[in-house]
Design a protein around this ligand. Structure first.
Ligand SMILES: [Zn+2]
Length: 316
């Protein structure tokens, strides 16, 4: 039987689980109740440490997420920012787009490239993991024109970081959410990357984080509300950061993996990975007790590396 399941994945950079749990966190403070419901009731913690000492970083974390390969182990350290030759080689050889295309699944990167073309980005030293993945697979991205036609999404969701320069109006997060839902129509795997959370975390400024979390929260909740029945919404991160503004860098906290679907059969498919409904029940208690090293439940802990195989399994 043909599997017509679809996945929308949002990679939220620097989005960790607060040590003291969701209550009284910056998320509880600045996100809507519906967004908190996703975090509290539909997420499991993922370890972002990759078994390598040090603070998790973007290049190794994102490579692990999108290739299923322990990139920090390959580098023998956590590598920040943009991937170098070793990580680029890993991404070129194996990545989620390549694996899905091989299975005749359609894939799309929903972010619009406004300032530079994918070719230009790919040949520069500022080539992110996703740009490297795209340039080595579909080699086609949405441009500024498509953004103006609402056929792609700008990385900041509302377009406000390019609005003055391009003399365009900003849009609401809810509008951007509908654009993403439209982009994902008839596509098996849609990826959107949001890194303003990481920027806000590094800024250590609460007013910046408040605005960013407001935007993200409205965007995600609208997608959730209008999510088609056959679609799984996945939200995860490469490492912690914005959950703790008291430090300027990343955190060693686990990251959430939100898996939300309106369809019970699709949800059941997730059980072997997510540890069945029991884990969900456990998650309703203080999240810190779920990943606390002294609790036996840690044996069930998953890593950001596991997301790759989960996506393939769901779409297979
Ligand atoms: Zn990052």
């Amino acid at each position: 039987m043909k599997n017509n399941t679809k996945v929308i994945m949002i990679m939220v950079d620097g989005f960790g689980i607060p040590v003291a749990g969701w209550n009284d966190s910056v998320y509880a403070k600045y996100c809507s109740k519906e967004f908190m419901d996703l975090l509290v009731n539909y997420s499991i913690p993922l370890d972002a440490g990759l078994g390598v000492p040090g603070i998790p970083q973007s290049a190794t974390g994102q490579t692990a997420l999108f290739t299923g390969i322990n990139a920090a182990e390959a580098m023998n350290k956590h590598h920040p920012g943009f991937p170098g030759p070793t990580l680029k080689k890993i991404i070129k050889e194996q990545n989620i787009f390549k694996a899905l295309l091989k299975k005749n699944k359609s894939v799309i990167f929903a972010n619009a490239y406004v300032k530079y073309s994918i070719e230009k980005v790919a040949s520069s030293r500022f080539c992110s993991v996703t740009s490297c993945m795209v340039s080595n697979t579909i080699n086609s991205v949405f441009n500024y024109k498509s953004l103006l036609l609402n056929k792609s999404i700008y990385h900041d969701i509302t377009r406000e970081t390019i609005a003055p320069e391009h003399n365009i109006t900003t849009i609401l997060p809810e509008e951007a959410a509908h654009h993403l839902l439209n982009v994902s129509k008839n596509v098996d795997f849609t990826l959107f990357e949001y890194f303003m959370t990481d920027v806000a975390g590094h800024s250590q400024k609460e007013d910046i984080l408040k605005k960013i979390l407001n935007t993200l929260s409205s965007f995600v909740v609208t997608i959730k509300a209008d999510l088609p029945d056959n679609t799984l919404l996945m939200i995860t991160s490469d490492h912690g950061n914005c959950e703790n503004l008291s430090v300027p860098g990343h955190t060693v906290n686990p990251v959430p993996l939100i898996c939300y679907t309106k369809t019970s059969s699709l949800f059941e498919k997730l059980f072997p990975f997510l540890g069945a409904a029991r884990i969900y029940k456990q998650l309703k208690i203080k999240i810190s007790s779920v990943y606390c090293p002294k609790k036996t439940v840690l044996s069930k802990a998953k890593s950001i590396i596991d997301v790759y195989n989960l996506i393939i399994k769901i779409l297979d």
